[in-house]
Design a protein around this ligand. Structure first.
Ligand code: NAP
Length: 303
């Protein structure tokens, strides 16, 4: 079955939901396709403290508010996975796994990004058995246990701080001695009881059914130390999603979509917004900004 809209948005994170709000308010018929649930990565944030208007709000609550607003404005949520796209023609076609084809004259890609893996073979073996990419989802399972968190950005520090609520010991392992995290987060880190291990990487994860220990390698000295742990939380950034769709759209060598300041890609009628876009700052507030711009430009394009 083919369903026609003015604008199709792929992804219901903050950028996609904002694009949905703006496009619907401009009188466009809008479908937002989402493969999981609205909110994207922000749903794993226990607290968002830097989104204007909310001095403190959980990621889930913020997502739900954005989704409610998008639907109230008239955007239609379609919960399904995009299996293929044809975006080069005047009419853009998006096929979803139900077999339905959605069409629109403009499309906004807001597919976001996913957790990056550390890339050792034992990592995959222990996913769901001690290796996690979501502290908010899994942190509470580590009550009175020993946990390491890998990464040196805001996510890693936020995750480590969150897990201290449950775990008996939290160690933050970072591959350098300089952090990407902001001073505010670093101040919280150093005021906590988290052990900080710099210049180290996780070389191997060991265990029978669950994680029992890891080998930490000092990247400067080569020294390897075995440490007993029950959980490994990986927080080392993201990789873009949706690299298998909209293949005609230009991307950089990491897979992020290249666009101009108007969120216009190299393909007419195809716009991009949020973390999947090539850019330096990835925050909720920059995602919603992208979404608003992409949407306004898509509306202008259609008019
Ligand atoms: P990020 O800032 O890109 O940090 C990723 C960290 O992982 C870096 O320290 C990096 O090390 C390390 N890393 C990357 N690949 C690695 C590997 N293979 N092995 C070991 N370590 C590796 O990512 P993020 O922390 O997820 O944050 C993403 C964006 O969201 C940032 O702009 C951040 O400020 C924002 N954010 C904001 C908040 C908030 O404001 N509440 C919360 C979370 C995230 P190097 O430094 O050596 O490259």
């Amino acid at each position: 079955m083919e369903k026609k809209y003015d604008i199709i948005i792929i992804g219901a994170g903050p950028s996609g939901l904002t694009a949905g709000i703006y496009a619907s308010r401009a009188g466009m018929s809008v479908a937002i396709i989402e493969m999981r649930f609205a909110g994207g990565q922000i749903t794993s944030a226990e607290n968002v403290e830097n989104y204007p208007g909310f001095s403190e709000i959980s990621g889930v609550d913020l997502s739900m508010k954005m989704q409610e607003q998008a639907e109230k404005c008239g955007a239609v949520m379609v919960y399904d996975t995009v299996t293929s796209t044809d975006v080069t023609g005047k009419e853009k076609l998006v096929t979803i796994s139900s077999g339905d084809v959605l069409s629109a004259r403009a499309i906004i890609i807001c597919a976001g990004a996913n957790a990056r893996k550390i890339g050792i073979s034992s990592e995959d073996k222990f996913i769901g058995r001690g290796v996690s990419y979501c502290a908010l989802c899994d942190g509470a399972f580590y009550k009175d246990k020993k946990v390491i968190v890998i990464g040196g950005g805001n996510t890693a520090i936020g995750d480590a701080l969150y897990i201290t609520k449950f775990a008996s010991k939290v160690t933050l392992v970072h591959r350098r001695d300089q952090f990407r995290a902001t001073k505010t987060e670093l101040d919280k880190l150093y005021a906590s009881n988290i052990e900080v291990v710099t210049d180290n990487v996780v070389k191997e994860i060991f265990g029978d059914k669950k994680i029992e220990s890891v080998d930490l390698e000092n990247v400067k000295t080569g020294e390897v130390k075995r440490v007993d742990v029950d959980g490994v939380f990986v927080a080392i950034g993201q990789i873009p999603q949706g690299t298998e769709i909209a293949l005609e759209v230009e991307r950089n060598n990491l897979g992020y979509i290249i666009a101009d300041e108007h969120m216009q890609t190299n393909v007419d009628g195809v716009f991009v917004a949020g973390d999947i876009r090539e850019k330096k700052v990835r925050q909720v507030v920059t995602a919603v900004s992208d979404g608003a711009i992409a949407s306004e430009m898509a509306v202008l394009y259609l008019q």
